[in-house]
Design a protein around this ligand. Structure first.
Ligand SMILES: NC(=O)c1ccc[n+]([C@@H]2O[C@H](COP(=O)([O-])OP(=O)(O)OC[C@H]3O[C@@H](n4cnc5c(N)ncnc54)[C@H](OP(=O)(O)O)[C@@H]3O)[C@@H](O)[C@H]2O)c1
Length: 287
């Protein structure tokens, strides 16, 4: 049995779908089973990574785990999950981490939280694989409202170019690793992978691709970081997370975010999906 945490989010749900398509038995961990809307083939369990006493039941009979946690307490969640996994005899953890964990200069919240989470997993003694994406193509979903209502993409850091990845490719990588019958010989044990999409794009270039896919002209308008932060607060994001997200977004101006990494292709045997592919698949959200 493979346990997927964060299974109701964008990446976790994609991992669930990919594992099911590969014929793997899947259990999904959620705090809200009633609204999880997961496929019938999934064994849905109610547990909370922040409530360690709920974890042993969720991990019973689990052999491998896709570990995705989110928010300011994610390092504590990772530690709780790693401890419960060790007690349950889990043989491999694939953790969704962050692209800047190895950079000692990355002292802003999100890489700091993930660095501590990775440390907890390594300390558990369970074989692991860290998958570290830079940015998700699905972050463009935040633009859907103003694309629909104003034909405009508002985003800060217009000079930055990110080689963002389609979450479906993260799921494909995780599924390849988690369904590997002979993990010790697969080369994925205790490895770290940097995941990117096929090309770095600025928000203006993404806007052009969206225009092409939607068949109507869209405009890119650069916002200030302060305006972008206010938009997050209006969206219901709290202060801590808004600051963490803005610090992360500012790294769009740094050169490493535009680097294309070969890991998706090396692991899955095919090139990563383009932003054009992603936009075509999510076209309906922007109409
Ligand atoms: N967006 C990016 O560009 C990017 C890039 C690199 C890495 N990441 C990492 O990717 C992860 C986020 O992935 P995602 O967007 O797929 O996940 P998500 O939608 O933010 O969250 C996945 C699930 O985790 C649970 N959850 C969310 N916030 C929580 C909190 N504060 N406390 C407890 N549970 C919480 C929820 O599940 P239930 O309600 O069902 O329990 C949620 O559906 C984070 O670790 C982030 O640092 C993101």
């Amino acid at each position: 049995m493979i346990l997927v945490t964060g299974a109701t989010g964008i990446v976790g749900r994609a991992v669930v779908d990919h594992l099911l398509a590969a014929g793997a038995p899947v259990r999904a961990l959620t705090r809200r089973p009633d609204t999880a809307a997961l496929p019938a083939a999934v064994d849905v369990v109610r547990a909370d990574p922040g409530e360690p006493e709920t974890l042993p039941a969720a991990l019973k009979g689990v052999d491998r785990m896709f570990l995705l946690t989110a928010g300011p307490y994610l390092a504590a969640y990772d530690a709780n999950l790693a401890e419960a996994a060790a007690d349950a005899g889990v043989t491999h953890i694939v953790k969704l981490s962050s692209g800047r964990v190895d950079d000692p200069a990355a002292t802003d919240p999100i890489p700091t939280w993930h660095r501590a989470g990775e440390r907890a997993i390594r300390g558990s003694g369970i074989p692991w694989t860290m998958v570290r994406p830079l940015g998700f193509m699905s972050n463009a979903l935040h633009w859907s409202h103003t694309v629909r209502t104003q034909d405009t993409v508002y985003a800060p850091f217009g000079h930055g170019r990110i080689a963002a990845i389609d979450p479906a490719d993260i799921a494909a990588v995780a599924t390849t690793i988690l369904t590997e019958p002979r993990l010790a010989e697969s080369g994925h044990r205790d490895r770290t992978y940097l995941l990117s999409g096929p090309e770095p794009l600025s928000p203006a270039e993404q806007t052009e691709i969206l225009s092409d896919v939607l068949g109507r002209s869209l405009r890119y308008a650069e916002t200030s970081p302060a305006e972008a932060r206010d938009a997050l607060l209006r969206f219901g994001v709290d202060d801590t997370m808004a600051n963490a997200i803005m610090a992360l977004r500012a790294t769009a101006l740094e050169a490493f975010t535009s680097v294309v990494h070969p890991d998706v292709e090396q692991i899955t045997g095919r090139a990563p999906r383009s932003f054009h592919d992603w936009a075509r698949e999510h076209r309906a959200v922007f109409i």
